[in-house]
Design a protein around this ligand. Structure first.
Ligand SMILES: C[S@@+](CC[C@H](N)C(=O)[O-])C[C@H]1O[C@@H](n2cnc3c(N)ncnc32)[C@H](O)[C@@H]1O
Length: 403
């Protein structure tokens, strides 16, 4: 990089990249760079709000302003589509979650000679960054970092790291600690004091045999479109409430006047319950705890949502089963939904709303759909993991039925 070059985009890991493919960490689109340094700013730099930025692996892009962040999310999604040769009907404005919005986070902790450390790992390392502040998580979660660290310092395992999963539920924050055993009466009483003093909704500990609840003064729920769904420990929840609302609005709009809808990879029913007015929804999920929670909540949805327990990788809904539905919604894990998509392609389904947390597997699946006559009509880039390189999307595929 000896002559002056302009950064034209951000790479998937957040480095600035020139038209010649040269990478420079910390550079942003519009910057002029030479010999590994930024010579002139393109005007998109922001002061990173967090003292841990650069060391903490939780955030990669705090140095970017709002415009650069949005463009990054949009480019990742649009480029994934273009990489598969897809034509996009309409790219909608990017949804970017604000700071302090994350209602779920998994941190890591460890007892040390001086006490304990608690935070996210450094990028590419097992080292834990001992957080003093975090601008990504909701204040209810951030406020627990210090008390939880004190608790780990006193009662955490002498050896090994623990995972601490924090989730904001209807009743407050639930904390799930892995690799965490309580030795003796003092530790057991201290855990109850800790949970009570911090007003936790639930505290559960996992020693490798599954989570065991030690504190849950009232059943923990998460309200999804007005339905209080029992919240299993560690169950999937969209990372921010604002992104969940954006995704629900798109899914509802794009499902349109469909009356019978299949919601595949339904989790606790984020989309199924949102779609229930005037429709009947089959909500299919493989995780037993999530399925049972969704099923238990179906009674409150007036018979409009039906829960089905099924592994959609091994046993996808078959083309003939899908033909009953006016629209299919799917929101698979990062691997995508190769076998389920093949059945959708072979079916008579004409409307598919695909929510994805991985543009690469989505683009692969999308090309199967377009090969089967679907058009990618709408695409919404979503950045709910603010300042990170993790991007998501909502998409609408439509075709004229020929089967
Ligand atoms: C990205 S989450 C989406 C959940 C839900 N749609 C939501 O928005 O809250 C993916 C869901 O797929 C489920 N899942 C993973 N593998 C599955 C499989 N093979 N068959 C069916 N569901 C699966 C997970 O348990 C999880 O609930």
């Amino acid at each position: 990089m000896s002559q002056l070059e302009e950064i034209v985009r951000l790479a998937a890991k957040g480095d600035g990249v020139t038209a010649n493919g040269n990478h420079l960490s910390g550079a942003l689109p519009g910057d002029l760079v030479s010999e590994g340094v930024i010579v002139e700013s393109g005007g998109h730099h922001a002061d990173p709000p967090c003292r841990h930025f650069a060391l903490c692996g939780g955030c990669q892009l705090q140095h970017a302003d709002e415009a650069a962040l949005s463009q990054f999310v949009r480019d990742r999604v649009v480029n994934a589509a273009k990489g598969q040769g897809l034509t996009i009907g309409e790219v909608l404005p990017t949804h970017l979650s604000p700071p302090g919005a994350r209602r779920r986070a998994t941190m890591h902790g460890m007892r040390t000679q001086k006490g304990a450390v608690l935070g996210f790992k450094q990028a590419g390392s097992h080292k834990i960054v001992d957080l003093v502040e975090c601008h990504v998580v909701a204040p209810q979660l951030a406020g627990l970092i210090q008390p939880l660290r004190r608790f780990i310092a006193k009662f955490g395992p002498a050896r090994g790291a623990i995972d601490a999963q924090l989730t904001l539920c209807d009743q407050g924050v639930e904390i799930g600690l892995s690799n965490f055993a309580l030795e003796g009466l003092e530790a057991t009483e201290a855990s109850l004091d800790f949970a009570r003093d911090q007003g936790l909704a639930r505290l559960s500990l996992d020693q490798g045999y599954g989570p065991e609840t030690v504190w849950e003064p009232e059943p923990v729920t998460i309200t999804l479109s007005g339905i209080a769904v029992p919240m299993p420990t560690g169950a999937f929840l969209q990372a921010t409430g604002d992104a969940e609302a954006r995704m629900i609005a798109d899914v509802s709009d794009w499902v349109g006047d469909a009356r019978l809808v299949a919601d595949l990879f339904a989790g606790l029913g984020t989309f199924a319950f949102a779609l229930r007015e005037g429709r009947r929804v089959l909500a299919v999920e493989a995780d037993q705890a999530a399925h049972l929670a969704l099923k238990a909540a179906c009674g409150s949805a007036g018979g409009s949502v039906l829960a089905m327990h099924r592994d959609l990788f091994r046993n996808p809904l078959q083309a003939q089963e899908l033909n009953r539905f006016d629209a299919t919604v799917l929101d698979p894990p990062r691997a995508g939904a190769r076998s389920q998509i093949a059945e959708i392609a072979a079916s008579g389904v004409s409307r598919v709303v695909y929510v994805s947390c991985n543009p690469s597997s989505w683009a692969r699946d999308a090309s199967t759909l377009t090969d089967a006559g679907f058009k990618l009509s709408k695409l919404r880039p979503v950045g709910q993991f603010r300042w990170s390189t993790h991007v998501e999307l909502v998409s609408l595929f439509e075709r004229s039925v020929t089967v």
